[in-house]
Structure formats: C-alpha cells, structure tokens
Design a protein around this ligand. Structure first.
Ligand code: IVH
Length: 789
C-alpha cells in the first residue's frame, strides 16, 4: 500500500470516529477546526488519488448532480405501520391479545398472569427510512412508500450526519437493513424556519413536514443544508446473525455506530409500559424533538415471530399515542387587541377545540402580514397547533373547506378601545445618506396614554418586577385604578391617597397601607430600571442598563442624538431613532417631568462611563453621517487629511483642494460637496460633534482605559434553555467577567451560548459566522476563568 493510501484509510477511520462521537454520542472529541483540518487533508489526498475514492469516505456525503426523479426500491421485507392505542384501556387490551396469542396464562382475580417484557421507545414524528448496509457499507437509503415500494433516496440519507457511511466494530450481518426515523429536532426546525423567513421563503408548518420536504429533494445539496437526524428502531432484511431480543438488537446497532434513542427502556409487564408512557408524556415538551407517542414492542423475537401480523400491522407492537398537538377548527372571528406600544394585533377567535388536552378558543395571529401569508378569512377551517406552554398558533388554512360566505379580515380604521386613528407603521431604512420608507407589518393606535389599553399596559410594565418593582400592584388593580379614573399616567401613582384606595374593590385598611408603602419605596429607582420602566419601544432591560451605564444620567440619555447613541455597543441606528424620538415626544417629556416633580429620585447617576469617554473618532463621525459613497476607508482618509470637522467642511467647499485630494473617488468628492452645501447637514454634523464634546466622548480628549476584565468589551448572547444554571446566573457570571449580555445577535456579538430549543438567534449566529458554545462548553469556558458552578 502506498503512503497516501495508508494515510487515506487512517484519516477516514479517524474522521468516522470523531463524527460518531459528535453526532451519535453527543460527545465532541476534538475542536471543529481540528476536524476541518483532517477533513481537508483527506480531500486533498483523494483529489490527488481519484482511484482511491470510495463511496464510504466521509468526503462523499454530499456529491453527485441533482436527480430528475427518484428510482423505485422494492422492500424485501415490507415496511409496516403500527396499530394505535389512545387510552390506557387500549393498551391493556393489546397486552391481553399478546398473551392470548402466545397462549400464556391469563390473569384472574388473584394475579396478573404471565408478564410480557416490552421494548419501549418514543415514537418520533418524522419519516420511516430504510438503510441497507452490505458488508458494513451503506449501499442504499429508501423511503417507506406504500410499504412494498419506496423511493431510492441514497444521496440524501448520506448527507445526514449521524448516519454512518460505514459500520463500526465487527460482527454485523453481511446484509443488514436498518430501519428508523429521519426527523428534525425542534432547535434545527426553528433555525431552518428562521432562515426560510429571512430569505423570503415559506416556513414549514411543523418539524415533520420540514423533515419530509428536506428528504425528498432531488438535489442532495439542499438536503445537506437541512438539520436532519436519524434514529433507528429496528431491522428489515438480515443475512447473518442477530441477538434474540428487540432490545439486544438495538444495542447491537448502537455498538455498530448507529444512533438509537436515549429513551430506550425494557418494561416488565404492561403496568411498567403505562408508567413509561406517563413519564415520557410529562417530559414531552422538554425533549429536543417532537414525538407523537411511544412505541411498545414485544421484546422476545421468538414471540414476535409467533404473533406475526394482521393486515399491515404487527401483532407484537403498538403505538400509544399522546393527545395530538394539531387540530382542525373553525375561525369564528378576528378581533383586535391593543398592546403597550399601541400595536393593534389580530387575535383569532376559534370554535373551541381540544388540542393536546387543553381547550383552545383563541390563537395569536401576530400581525396583518401573517394574516395575509395564511390567506385567512373569517369562516375558514384552520389547523391549530399548541406546543408546550406556547400560545396556540394558526398554522394553515384548509382551502377546500372555505364556505361561500367567508369574509376577509380587515384592520379596523379606529382603535377598538379608544377610537383613535389606527396607522400603519413605517419602516425607515437608512443607508448611505438616504432614507427609504416602506410599510411595516404593524398597525398602531395613535392614542398613546389616552388609550386605556395602552395606559394599562404601560403602567403594568412600569410597576413590574424588573422595572420599578412595586409589589402588590397587580394587573387587576392597575386596571381598576385606570377604570375608576384615578390614574391617567404612571406619574399619577405617586399622588394616590389613602381614602382613594381604601374604597376600591378588594382593599381594606392594611392592604391600602401596604400598597401606598410599596409605591413610596419605589421612589428611588436605579437609572437603568427607570429607563426600562418607561417602555421605550425596542429598549429591553439590557439596552436600558447599557444606556444608564454608558451615559450615566437621564439628562444625557434624553438629549442623545441618534448618531451619538450608535457609538454604544449593540445600539443600531433603528433603535437609536426609537430612543431619540421617544424622548422628543412632548407627551413623554411631560410624563417624565411629572414623575421627577412628584419626587422620583434616580439613583446611580454619575459620570460618563470610562469605556465611552474619548471613544469616538473623527473618522467614525464622518462615517456615521452616511454621505453617499463615503464608507469607513474614505472617512478615515478624510479625517486623516482634515483633522477636524471644521476642516472637513472647509475642504468640501474648497473645490481645488478637494479635487487634488487622494483616497476619495470622484463620486465621493461630489457627494461630499453636495452634502455640506446643505446648511442643515452642516448644522447636524456640528451638533453631533458638540454633543460628543459635551458628553466627553470626543477624540480631542484623552482616552482612558477600560477595566482589565477578561471579557471586557465583548458582547455575549444567551439563547435556548440552560440546564446547569439559570439564565440570570449565566448572565451574572458573564457580567462579572466584564462582558455585556445582549438580547439579540448582531455583527457586534462575540459569542452565543445556545441551549436546547435555541432558534432564530442560533440561526443568525450561524449566518454571521459568530462563535457558538453549548452549555457544556460554556461551563468549561467559565471554569477556565476560575468560575466553578
Ligand atoms: S416500529 C413494524 N418504532 O411510526 C414496526 N416506528 O405509525 C414498524 N415510528 O412507520 C415501526 N418511532 O415511521 C417504530 N420507535 C419507533 C417509531 C416508529 C416512529 C414511526 C414509523 C412508522 C410509524 C408507524
């Protein structure tokens, strides 16, 4: 054997090992970069020695040209389906039939008779697939089809990372047809749908559809880009020896590198099956993938043969189903709710229907774009889906069932609560000196705090735990205070008197005094809490903390120009404009002034944070002016040449001097002249410069160093569920290391920690190429900094 051939074999074996550790055992053994290095070395060697390429090489997962159609595959052993049990009695009947079929003693008044051992597994909600291994090498993958004839999807199954192209170890039958389910985990599904939406595509209704759509692609490259997984639960055609029980067979498949369910158990008798069903049912929502029930199989293969089949179902297996998560029902009406920021959102009123054990009569419709995307009309039959504690969703319309009198859904002209005008929000895109305005998906009631719906929500937010934290001021009480006309703005809370409160529903002497004391003790909020409590659109707790920490005073936050705000990490121009226009608004200014007049004293006000003083540069300022044709490099050249804003303006007006300047295109020079020819633009630039100076952020002042914490200056994002610690804990640890924890992923994000259930943020991190850690890796990273949980 040549050196290359030997090295190729060694690399393949090593890569297969790592692949198996990573995708099947979930225990990554080497860093991704190291894997890539080995993979690329193998690719290079194979390219140099094409005669040595084999189909089971890890480089061959995605290859070949798109097909025009799938070939047919005859199943040697038919692929059957399963009978269903819905109630516990159905399962007891199944167990009785099994024992009768085997002629085992039946139970009587004094005992249960012989107990049967059952192999228990979750019933994954995906697609049944057959994988044919000949001499340990994957030769073919096929769909179930009608059970006798399926489709050849070999190139597609090869792209599924946890499907071994070659079996491991030894002792496998010469011909081994493995059967199992191809599915998409919840996180993968969410990420895929986020990607679909971002690219203007249609999202998939559920993980099952997504898996089916991804597997039936004629171009395997598309399949390869989808987060599919495989889990095996049995065998079909076998030439050779296998163990004599179901569980032992599955364990053997595991030894050969095939992924099996972590939830596989052996139950002695039907009672243990029922316990298994209840246990998995209770954990259903927390599982990383969707299941629609559990499957019980008689464990003894001799018994399986004895029991045989009835029609297309085995007598030795049954699916015990969970209540369905999707149901059909009728859309009776669409009503409109008004939220804290005035957003008018459509809500579906449904003919009540049981979904996964809960009666559903309302579902969110998000916004009018969603209504349009669904093509929804009142009177339609719709598919409702309820997953976990998530608000039920309308997934699709059953178009064939639309009645003749179905009517379109229209946004109301005026607010259903206060009657004010309802306006469509505008999306303002600012790029290179120009603003383009397009229609947003959200409609807003313009009534602000004069709209009772908005007022109530605003106050509920203002007093909530993470805002001013006024204990005892629950939603119902807030509603009452507004309804009886005692409170017209958050500032009115601070004028409430004993005799006004004590007469309200549910109040007596002690509760009144407690409430007034709670309000009293909220008079000294930290600046960050106060900013958050104001409910500025798009300003969550993190942004509020950032504003408070960076700018150090309400006066600075209130006065900050949008461009100046964008110097803060993670504040983009859109949010900056939201913040600025919130404080520009006359009504908001009045409420804030009243709050301060009525004795609210903000804490933690102080200097501008060291990190931000002297952080600006002239080049950045020029860049932020968004002059057409002048990007970062052009701005830098200009700044280097001119040295001050005044000099840049002068240069733009000195035709000759500008003409001979290097490092700027003709077009850029022309737009620079045009830009500063407009006095309003000169004034704007000067105002920004002046404010930077006032705030102490100017390049003229001396740059102070930020604290030397290991993660200083970094922004992290937490997403999905963490199991070893709470999110708050994770956040605290990161902050203690100097990192900032943000709520959304952007190009400025350094790292994303993703637990199970992570969705769009994880997808975005993928798109932007941002580092992602799972919880285990995160814990290890913390340990590296000496933080042990
Ligand atoms: S056993 C003869 N086990 O459910 C045995 N099926 O409703 C046939 N499924 O077509 C299948 N998880 O796609 C089996 N642990 C599991 C399963 C499972 C999901 C699917 C499979 C099958 C369908 C029958």
């Amino acid at each position: 054997m040549t050196d290359s051939a030997a090295r190729i074999l060694q690399l393949r074996a090593e890569l297969e090992q790592h692949n198996h550790r990573y995708y099947v055992l979930d225990e990554p053994s080497i860093p991704d970069a190291e894997y890539d290095r080995l993979f690329n070395e193998l690719k290079a060697l194979e390219a140099a020695n094409p005669q040595l390429v084999t189909t089971d090489s890890p480089t061959q997962r995605v290859s070949g040209t798109p097909l025009t159609a799938f070939a047919e595959v005859q199943h040697e052993v038919p692929m059957l389906s399963l009978g269903n049990a819905f109630a516990e009695d159905d399962l007891l009947d199944f167990d009785r039939r099994v024992r009768e079929g085997l002629d085992l003693p039946a139970g009587d008044l004094f005992g249960g008779g012989a107990e049967i051992d059952y192999c228990c597994e979750p019933k994954l909600d995906g697609l049944a697939v057959s994988l044919l291994y000949v001499d340990g090498v994957l030769m073919r993958g096929a769909t179930r089809g009608d059970g006798s004839t399926g489709e050849d999807i070999s190139s597609n199954v090869r792209t599924i990372r946890n499907v071994p192209l070659k079996l491991q170890g030894s002792g496998w039958p010469a011909v081994l047809e493995v059967r199992g389910e191809v599915f998409m985990a919840k996180a993968g599904f969410d990420a895929l749908n986020a990607r679909q939406l971002a690219s203007g595509g249609k999202p998939f209704a559920n993980p099952r559809n997504a898996a089916a759509g991804s597997l039936r692609q004629l171009d395997a490259k598309v399949t390869a880009s989808r987060p599919l997984e495989f889990c095996c639960y049995g065998v079909g055609q076998v030439v050779g020896e296998l163990p004599s029980t179901q569980v032992a067979v599955i364990q053997a498949l595991k030894q050969w590198g095939l992924p099996i369910s972590k939830e596989l158990r052996l139950a002695h008798g039907v009672e243990e099956c029922l316990a298994y069903y209840r246990d998995i049912g209770a954990r259903r929502q927390a599982l990383a993938y969707e299941i629609d029930g559990v499957v019980f199989k008689v464990n003894d293969l001799g018994y399986q043969r004895e029991l045989g089949f009835r029609a297309r179902e085995p007598r030795w297996a049954i699916a015990h189903k969970f209540p369905a998560m999707e149901e059909l029902t009728e859309l009776l009406d669409v009503e409109f709710q008004v939220g804290r920021t005035g957003a008018v959102t459509p809500v579906a009123r449904l003919k009540p229907v049981q979904v996964a054990g809960v009666t559903v009569s309302n579902a969110t419709l998000h916004n009018m774009d969603e209504v349009a995307r669904l093509g929804l009309m009142v009177g339609d039959t719709v598919i409702i889906r309820r997953a976990g504690d998530v608000i039920p969703q309308v997934m699709a319309v059953v178009a064939e069932r639309r009645p003749a009198d179905a009517r379109p859904v229209a946004i109301p002209q005026s607010c259903p609560v206060c009657g004010s005008h309802v306006e469509r929000t505008q999306l303002v895109k600012r790029a290179k000196g120009r603003e383009t305005i397009s229609e947003g998906a959200v409609y807003r009631c313009v009534g602000r705090l004069s709209c009772e719906a908005q007022l109530k929500q605003a106050i509920i937010h203002f007093v909530s735990r993470r805002a001013l934290d006024i204990e005892g001021l629950g939603d119902k009480i807030v509603e009452q205070l507004v309804d009886v006309g005692l409170v017209h703005s958050p500032a009115d809370l601070y004028t409430l008197r004993y005799e006004q409160v004590v007469v309200l529903d549910g109040f007596a002497d002690l509760s009144t005094r407690n409430l007034l004391a709670a309000i009293e003790s909220s008079r000294q909020p930290a600046l960050a809490r106060f900013i958050y409590a104001l409910g500025i659109p798009d300003v969550g707790e993190e942004t509020a903390k950032l504003l408070a920490r960076a700018l150090g005073s309400l006066a600075r936050v209130q006065a900050a120009l949008p461009e100046v705000l964008t110097w803060l990490p993670d504040v983009g121009l859109e949010v900056a404009h939201e913040i600025h226009s919130f404080f520009e608004d006359e009504h908001n200014r009045t409420v804030i002034a009243q709050l301060l007049e009525r004795g609210l004293q903000l804490q933690d006000e102080g200097e501008l944070h060291a990190e931000f003083s002297a952080c600006a540069s002239l080049a950045e300022l020029i860049d932020k002016l968004n002059i057409a044709g002048i990007a970062a490099t052009g701005a830098k050249n200009l700044a280097d040449k001119a040295g001050s804003l005044q000099a840049v303006v002068a240069l733009s007006q000195d035709w000759l001097e500008l003409s001979v300047m290097k490092g700027l295109s003709e077009k850029a020079k022309q737009s620079l002249r045009d830009y500063f020819a407009n006095p309003a633009n000169v004034a704007r630039a000067e105002a920004i410069e002046q404010q930077l100076r006032d705030f102490g952020m100017h390049w003229g002042s001396e740059k102070k160093q930020a604290e030397g914490l290991p993660l200083a200056g970094q922004t992290w994002v937490l997403t999905g569920t963490l199991e070893l610690m709470s999110r708050d804990q994770a956040k605290q640890q990161l902050e203690s290391l100097g990192a900032k924890v943000a709520g959304s992923v952007s190009a400025k994000t350094h790292c994303v920690v993703a637990g199970p259930g992570a969705g769009s943020k994880l997808a975005k991190a993928g798109e932007l190429g941002i580092a992602v850690l799972d919880e285990a890796a995160f814990v290890e990273r913390l340990a590296g900094y000496g933080i042990v949980l």
